[in-house]
Design a protein around this ligand. Structure first.
Ligand code: TRP
Length: 330
């Protein structure tokens, strides 16, 4: 059986946090063993909403590469590259844009939501580029004739649109060039932020991915616990405690015991936080060590990304020739 070819991307939009890791990257690291994978740092996508300030872009791309490699993505096994380094992404996006009905783009549920949300933060994304975000994403996937895309809930409407665009292209140009990519859903764990809201950079409630032992413990110490629990001997309610939510996500072997001790008032919050810190630090120790090590090797990261771009380019060039031929552009 032919292996599925996976394409996925992430926007380099600032320091990656543990929520991002648990939501997607952890899953990618698993997928790399079973699929042919192409992973892209989608810098062009980040321009669709951050075109007005690109001063941190290069730094963010570097950080993202560092995060991916330290998490364990293997640059030999997978193709890892920067989207803008393969110009065919832009070219295919333009070609697909010619036949994509405006109504398809306007009805993407995240479109109006995000427009409003960012608009209220004073950001004007009433742009051609932002509306075309899903077209660029479809181009990413179709350029490699990817057959599978790992997506979270938030991206499933975009993938559905890609599937529609595939059908439309194949119909219009009487070809079977593109396969319809299917979604690979993963059981991603949603982590709360340290204040109990969704973990998000804009709330300032994250735990940075690659945090060292001290930063990790400091962030854990700031987590909100059961507010009704004043004294150490008060009986606690783990259901409303953020520390407990993290024990559930990271400390499977001890979580039942911790719950019992908390409800009985036999473990204090300070001790419970210390126990979580130790557990998380030992789980993430390898990642942290690799990250620190790679930080001092910018030359190596550049090499990895150049090598990835070369491999991606070879596929893109061949496929683009076929695509343009189907459209009578050559
Ligand atoms: N839109 C995705 C996100 O913001 C990133 C992305 C760009 C992507 N191109 C893609 C994801 C292709 C999957 C496939 O998370």
């Amino acid at each position: 059986m032919v292996k599925d070819r996976i394409f996925s991307g992430m926007q380099p939009s600032g320091r990656f946090h543990l929520g991002n890791y648990m939501g997607a990257l952890e899953n990618w690291v698993k997928l790399q063993h079973d699929y042919e994978c192409i992973f892209s740092i989608v810098d062009l996508h980040s321009l669709t909403s951050s075109y007005d300030d690109t001063s941190k872009l290069q730094e963010n791309i570097q950080e993202m590469a560092l995060d991916w490699l330290s998490a364990g993505l293997d640059p030999e096994k997978n193709i890892i590259f920067i989207q803008s380094h393969v110009k065919e992404h832009a070219e295919l996006s333009l070609l697909l844009g010619m036949s994509t009905p405006l109504s398809w783009l306007e009805r993407v549920p995240t479109y109006k939501d995000k427009l409003q949300q960012l608009g209220s933060q004073g950001k004007d994304i009433n742009t051609y580029g932002f509306l075309g975000y899903p077209v660029l994403m479809a181009a990413d996937i179709m350029l490699y004739k990817a057959t599978a895309v790992p997506v979270g809930e938030d991206q499933s409407a975009h993938l559905e649109l890609t599937r529609e665009m595939v059908r439309r292209f194949n119909n219009l140009y009487k070809t079977d060039l593109f396969p319809e990519p299917h979604a690979v859903f993963s059981k991603s764990k949603v982590l709360p932020g340290i204040d109990g809201r969704k973990m998000s950079k804009s709330y300032g409630n994250t735990i940075p991915f690659g945090a060292g032992p001290k930063e990790m413990q400091d962030r854990i110490n700031m987590m909100i616990t059961d507010p009704k629990r004043i004294k150490k001997t008060d009986k606690g309610n783990p259901d409303v405690c953020i520390v407990f939510a993290f024990h559930k996500a990271f400390n499977e072997s001890e979580v039942a015991n911790i719950e019992r001790l908390c409800r009985a008032g036999e473990i204090g919050c300070v001790q419970c936080k210390k126990c979580l810190g130790e557990k998380m630090n030992s789980l993430l120790a390898d990642i942290h060590t690799r990250r620190e090590d790679l930080k001092n090797k910018p030359g190596y990261i550049k090499e990895v990304l150049d090598y990835g771009a070369k491999r991606a380019q070879a596929i893109a060039t061949a496929n683009m020739t076929e695509i343009k031929k189907a459209m009578n552009i050559y």
